[in-house]
Design a protein around this ligand. Structure first.
Ligand code: NAP
Length: 488
């Protein structure tokens, strides 16, 4: 099969309708175009839901809730386990699909399918490990029983940068806990989520448990659902700006919320670090997902004596990465998601250069079709540069230097964001001191990646509320009930 035919086949294989109450339906209002960011050309049209159709999805989730919560946990877990197997079997075709709508190299898309599937494997086990407690009251008389129950219909909104994993990280625990779902993926990358819904359907998920709405007007479509008294939970992954709007809306019904928001990760390299290992870690922390990750290292704070050498070594590695369409062999850097993303990166790099930063490698957008930007390292970045404060979301690594451990911690915390930090040092006591001083939900110690289905992913400050994955992940979909038992 030629590459173009193979691409067409995977796109054709996805149902592009709304998935409501176990049925695939067209939207009355028409369709929404999905574009390949490597070419700027349309690759598919998916249903464009109206607010009324989104409300039908919530109706279906509400209707399915009471029977779904009574399905034994072991059966809910088995559905997730089957979906894990299917995701794994179909990883190649799903990876190609993801690359076509999102842009990242196929190898990275495949890694995301693996990561996404792991949430289903993890939560298939967690479904049977929802525990209560029994204890004696402090006065020695009464008994205290606690039980955990599914919170109920859950609204989920996900971003385009990890089109499948950001979904399974929410859907996995919700299914395990016994909650029903209305899911709205990003309008740029709906195909991966629609493919996932098909897989869950084939894995035996009952009608109405998962409902998927695709829409070109997210705000108008989702707000009535968030304000509906039948909804119980809102789980959002996306920008802090939109998260803030949704928190206000969620306040009306006092929804339990999970917010996985923006990042501005500091990457700290101490003089005692293994510099080559730090450069490898930096490459991963910066370039995974073309720099379009909430966990992307946004700024590199390097001990003054090794800062120049670090920047040079990182520039050598970044400059050697092949930029191009993610479906082509050996390509390591795909396109950014759209022209707005290119404009933002250009603006931030321009600002840093005007303020005195030096371009060590890269520094501009690539001419031609698609939204490509050269892997870029900037040295001597002054503290006033905007890219030290704002999420770059592109392949740009600003390097600055620090004089002392105290200064490094201060610089790292000099932001309202607090998702993740990376620390490279060979001194164990220093590592502990620095980790304890950092205001972030996660730390990569001598490694450039933290994502792991078994770990509690989440941020402090403007980076969010709640945790996804790990033992904590399922708690987001459970309510605690305490029973006071009279023993008189
Ligand atoms: P975004 O603009 O906030 O969009 C995220 C999702 O929200 C999309 O589905 C979007 O739909 C929807 N949306 C936008 N406005 C809305 C509204 N008024 N009401 C309801 N839904 C609305 O973010 P993005 O550009 O897709 O993603 C990038 C951001 O996500 C970055 O800041 C990144 O750091 C963050 N992120 C965080 C994590 C984490 O775990 N902390 C993980 C990944 C990404 P449309 O597509 O239709 O606009």
């Amino acid at each position: 099969m030629s590459i173009a035919t193979q691409e067409q086949t995977v796109v054709d294989g996805v149902k592009k309708q709304l998935y409501i109450g176990g049925e695939w339906r067209d939207a009355a209002g028409g369709t929404l175009e999905v574009e390949d960011p490597a070419t700027g050309e349309a690759i598919a049209e998916v249903a464009d839901a109206s607010p009324a159709e989104a409300m039908q999805a919530l109706d279906a989730a509400v209707e399915a809730q009471s029977s779904w919560r009574d399905v034994p946990a072991i059966e809910r877990g088995e559905i997730l386990r089957r979906a894990f197997e299917k995701l794994t079997e179909r990883a190649d075709e799903l990876a190609l699909l993801m690359t076509l709508e999102m842009g990242k190299p196929v190898a990275e898309s495949k890694a995301e399918i693996g990561y996404a599937a792991e949430f289903f494997r993890w939560f298939s086990g967690e479904a049977t490990r929802v525990h209560g407690q029994y204890n004696t009251g402090g006065n020695g008389v009464g008994r205290v029983l606690t039980l955990k129950q599914p919170i109920g219909p859950s609204i989920m909104i996900t971003p385009w940068n990890f089109p499948m994993a950001m979904g399974t990280r929410k859907i996995g625990p919700a299914i395990a806990a016994g909650c029903t779902i209305v899911m709205k993926p990003a309008s740029q990358t709906p195909l991966s989520m629609l493919a996932l819904a098909q897989i869950l359907e084939e894995s035996g998920l009952p009608a109405g448990v998962l409902n998927v709405i695709t829409s070109s007007s997210s705000g108008r479509t989702m707000e009535p659902l968030i304000r509906d008294p039948r909804a119980r939970k809102l789980s959002f992954t996306g920008s802090t700006e939109v998260g803030r709007v949704l928190l206000e809306q969620a306040a009306e019904q006092i929804l339990k919320v999970s917010m996985e928001l923006g990042g501005n990760a500091p990457f700290l390299v101490f003089e005692d670090a293994d510099l080559d290992a730090a450069v490898e870690g930096a490459l991963l922390a910066k370039m995974r997902n073309i720099g379009e990750a909430c966990t992307a290292a946004n700024r590199f704070h390097v001990a003054e004596p090794v800062a120049e050498e670090f920047a040079k070594k990182l520039a050598d590695k970044m400059g050697a990465l092949k930029v191009g369409r993610g479906t082509e062999e050996d390509v390591k850097v795909g396109p950014l998601i759209n022209q707005d993303a290119i404009d933002k990166v250009e603006e931030l790099v321009g600002d840093a250069r005007e303020k005195g930063a030096k371009v060590v490698v890269g520094g501009q957008a690539v001419d031609g079709a698609g939204y490509f930007y050269e892997p870029t390292v900037l040295g001597d970045v002054p503290p006033s540069a905007r890219l030290l404060e704002e999420e770059i979301f592109g392949p740009v690594a600003p390097v600055t230097s620090f004089e002392s451990e105290e200064d490094a911690i201060k610089a790292a915390n000099n932001t309202q964001f607090g998702l993740v930090a990376y620390v490279f040092t060979s001194n164990f006591k220093r590592a502990i001191r620095v980790i304890e001083g950092l205001e972030t939900g996660m730390v990569g110690l001598n490694q450039g990646m933290v994502s792991n289905a078994a770990a509690p992913f989440g941020g402090w400050k403007w980076s969010g509320i709640g945790r996804e994955g790990g033992f904590e992940g399922i708690e987001e979909y459970l309510e605690t009930k305490y029973v006071a038992v009279n023993m008189d």
